[in-house]
Design a binder for this molecule. Structure first.
Ligand code: ARG
Ligand code: ZN
Length: 849
């Protein structure tokens, strides 16, 4: 618990560190209640830094002894660490501290999970391990000795020596403390090897508990694919003799890129056919790639300070997105990424938690590992690449790597590499890093004497602490179609830099239909009066797969909103458009599944709020159900033929083709269930040989009120598997009807398997409820109270996960007064909890402001 008054940290107050660390030697004598950490750190003064007192960060440490150059010292202990008088020149700091990993339920620093020791140091967890300048611009060479009776003892870098009860590791690459890691446990390895393009042989291991050994093969393949891709696409090879991955059950986030020793939430690395869905396989591959790619973008070049977090995260997300696109197809991946932006990041931008991709202040940095820093950060990299072209991008990245290897860099450094490599002036582009909020582009057009004009105005709304935004440099990819659907102007990149600008296209025979923001070329909202006829036309003809899908999505949204406002039945034009797409065998099944998916309930609430209306979660839910039922009736005769055309005859493979086929057949199964009341879904549940089909059958049965037996059977089959059990908890809440969701969640929190201190399990219940829009936003406020009660209970145990989950309240402003008041009072109750963590208190304060 943090008792010190929370302090706000500002980017503008950055000060270079007073001392560099040349080398660090750490010895760990591991014991659950009383681990001893002995440190020996060689400091040298930093001649470029302003004069400042010597201070080391440290939290929840018991100092046993300290010495400078071999002479005992008595430092002044402060809330944040210690200060001490030090010699003028270089000196050796030595200290011994005691910590209690078994009591560390916050899962930050050194902690225990199922009898194994592990660490999570990003962002500021190393200060819970020993006294140290715990800031990313202090980079040292680490040597680590671990003493423990446990059989597997791991740290960063290369293994240098070991014996009975001890092991030593040396990492030759200077690194900040947040990349330190240690693991000790009774683990087994799935082992393999890789030869880099430089001819270095690398030992690869995925370390797990023995029972999980059959879930490692896919992740190992993903790791090798990542290593090859980074060599081929970025020219970057791995740089140690060994690369270790460890699966941990208790973990706050997805995974962590510690140098040479990536530590993963077990849900983000373990996968096999019978227990993992296609989405799980894709997520595992993407996260393994992401952490591996950090070795260059994050580790070899790290961040000067935590305000620069997007420097490594935005870039690394962009790299893992490109990797997934290269391996499995760019069109589908782009749509999935755009959905994350629109459903989650635009929502963050529109609410009280909005912040720039590079924030200017924070209280707790862990609260800024957000979809804005990560995913919008990745969009900024993608826009830069569009603006400078593929060759320019590669030249800029090459320059960035050569210039900054071994350094802790800034966004200024990053942009300078682009400017110097490509001669592009990015002064205006840089505003994207500083201005929060989603730009609105208002588009009108006209046609005269063969010239077509597009008039585009841009405006970015106010966000907390920011008004009067300046125009951004926005790449808008546009194509033009004639009325037969032929493309008369191929994709062209317009560069919008003014508040209002007109772009013209000459020599056209007739007024074209514009296809705007192709491939989602910028994270903006397009506002344009488009008829449903024009959307239907683009749904049929657009040559850009993203915009074709988007036209269908906009049409669906318009049709559903019309049903909410005016009642009536599902629009026939929309049904015909979907039938045409569904039966178009030239279209990828995955693409057809995406086209068939109606906008989510959250999407519709956001759309209504965007039109200045107050959404009604129940009306949205009921209308969407009615639309699905009517779509099912309308397509009933088409479904059987499509189903048999996408049947899979080959053995199971977690690849894009099979995944697309399963996605489409599951969408169709869901439609069929309106008529057959669950016969087909139950049959699929009973015979499924993979988790995608088993879980979607269960979800469909539950959504139709026919899932009780299947849910029990699922539990009986899988209760021994922690990851599958999370799905069992989650699906019952996600698929529950609005009036039942809180009761189902309440019942599940009383289940003996509800291990609420495990973040995955907690999220699978509490997070699933906040994700069930109509269930969470029940008019009587029972959803808010239930979630608030659990967050209050979790906060003293695990502040980080509590603070992340409280963000589920950030849609507050969108709802009617009565709901908003109930949300406010639930948040106020959290805020008024005595001893509330710094993490949660910052979030609640922002939400209530
Ligand atoms: N750097 C990690 C990743 O992007 C995220 C770790 C964040 N952890 C935290 N406690 N803030 O994969
Ligand atoms: Zn990352």
């Amino acid at each position: 618990m943090n008792t010190a008054a929370p302090q706000t940290i500002f980017l503008s107050n950055y000060m270079a560190p007073g001392w560099h660390v040349e080398s660090v030697n750490l010895t760990f004598k591991l014991a659950p209640e009383a681990t001893r950490v002995i440190s020996r750190i060689a400091f040298t003064p930093n001649p470029d830094a302003p004069a400042q007192p010597f201070m080391l960060h440290g939290e929840e440490l018991t100092l046993i002894s300290a010495a400078i150059d071999g002479v005992a010292v008595s430092p002044d202990l402060t809330a944040a660490g210690l200060t001490c008088d030090v010699p003028d020149g270089a000196f050796i700091w030595e200290a011994e501290v005691e910590i209690a990993p078994v009591k560390n339920t916050a899962l930050e620093g050194l902690y225990m999970s199922n009898g194994m020791y592990c660490t999570q140091c990003e962002a500021e967890g190393f200060r819970k391990i020993t006294y140290y300048p715990d800031r990313p611009d202090v980079m040292g060479v680490f040597t680590v000795r671990i003493e423990s009776d446990l059989p597997v003892l791991l740290s960063n870098g290369n293994a240098t020596a070991s014996g009975a009860g001890w092991a030593e590791w040396h990492d030759p690459w200077p690194k900040p403390a947040y990349l330190f890691a240690l693991v000790a446990g009774d683990l087994v390895a799935h082992n393999d090897s890789f030869t880099t393009m430089e001819g270095r042989d690398v030992e690869l291991n995925i370390w797990v508990r023995a029972a999980d050994l059959d879930k490692c093969a896919f992740g190992m393949g993903a790791l090798k694919r990542s290593m090859v891709w980074d060599e081929q696409v970025y020219g970057r090879a791995y740089d140690l003799d060994i690369f270790n991955i460890v699966a941990v059950d208790d973990f706050n986030m997805g995974a962590m890129e510690n140098k040479g020793l990536n530590i993963f939430n077990s849900s983000a690395v373990l996968a096999k056919q019978s227990t993992s869905t296609d989405a799980d396989f894709q997520r595992v591959e993407a996260i393994i790639a992401h952490e591996y790619f950090h070795n260059w973008t994050g580790n070899r070049i790290t961040c000067r300070d935590w305000f620069q977090l997007c420097l490594k995260e935005g870039l690394t997300v962009f790299r893992d997105q490109s990797f997934t696109g290269d391996l499995h197809g760019h069109a589908v991946k782009r749509i999935e990424d755009a959905l994350v932006m629109r459903n989650r990041q635009f929502q963050e931008d529109a609410g009280p938690l909005a912040h720039p991709v590079r924030p200017e202040s924070f209280v707790e940095i862990n609260n800024f590992y957000t979809v804005t820093v990560y995913e919008k950060g990745a969009e900024l990299v993608g826009m830069l690449k569009r603006l400078v072209g593929d060759d320019g991008y590669r030249a800029a990245l090459d320059l960035y790597f050569t210039r900054h290897d071994g350094q802790a860099a800034t966004i200024e450094d990053w942009l300078a590499a682009f400017t110097d490599a490509t001669d592009r002036d990015l002064t205006q582009f840089k505003r994207w890093y500083a201005q929060a909020g989603t730009p609105r582009l208002t588009v009108t057009d006209d046609f005269k004497n063969g010239t077509y004009s597009l008039h585009i105005a841009q405006q970015t709304p106010d966000t907390p602490g920011q008004t009067d935004k300046l125009p951004l440099h926005i790449p808008v990819a546009v194509g033009l179609l004639d009325d037969t659907g032929a493309e008369v102007v191929a994709t062209t990149l317009l560069e919008l830099t003014e508040a209002q600008q007109t772009f013209t296209f000459d020599g056209l025979a007739s007024k074209p239909v514009p296809s705007i923001l192709r491939d989602f070329s910028a994270p903006v909202i397009i506002e344009r009066d488009v008829t449903q006829a024009e959307q239907a036309f683009l749904l049929t003809h657009d040559t850009d797969p993203f915009n074709r899908w988007d036209a269908g999505r906009s049409l669906a949204r318009a049709v559903l909103l019309d049903m909410i406002a005016n009642g009536g039945d599902l629009d026939a034009g929309y049904i015909n458009g979907l039938r045409a797409a569904l039966t178009d065998s030239t279209l990828d099944p995955a693409m057809r599944a995406l086209l068939l998916a109606m906008p989510s309930e959250a999407d519709m609430a956001i759309a209504l709020a965007g039109q200045g209306q107050t959404p009604d979660p129940d009306a949205i839910h009921q209308t969407r159900r009615k639309a699905q039922r009517q779509l099912a009736e309308a397509l009933a005769t088409d479904i059987p033929a499509v189903l048999s055309s996408v049947r899979i005859d080959a053995p199971f493979a977690p690849d894009a083709d099979q995944g697309g086929r399963r996605a489409l057949s599951n969408s169709l199964l869901s439609l069929l269930t309106w008529a057959d009341k669950g016969t087909a879904a139950q049959a699929q549940f009973d015979t499924a040989d993979n988790m995608t089909q088993q879980l979607s059958a269960l979800s469909i049965l539950l959504a139709h009120g026919a899932g009780d037996a299947a849910a029990q059977a699922f539990y009986d089959q899988w209760h021994h598997d922690r990851l599958v059990l999370n799905k069992w908890f989650g699906v019952q809440i996600s698929a529950a009807q609005p009036q039942d969701a809180v009761a189902v969640a309440t019942r599940l929190t009383q289940h003996p398997d509800f291990e609420w201190k495990n973040p995955n399990r907690f999220r699978s219940v509490i997070g699933a409820l906040t994700g069930n829009q109509a269930g969470f936003h029940r008019a009587d406020g029972a959803g808010y109270d239930f979630v608030a009660d659990w967050l209050i209970k979790l906060d003293p145990v695990n502040p980080q996960t509590t603070a992340r989950m409280v963000a589920g309240f950030d849609s507050m402003r969108r709802w009617d007064d009565a709901r908003r008041e109930k949300m406010r009072s639930a948040l106020t109750r959290i805020k008024d909890t005595p001893g509330l963590s710094r993490d949660t208190s910052e979030m609640v304060t922002r939400l209530l402001s």
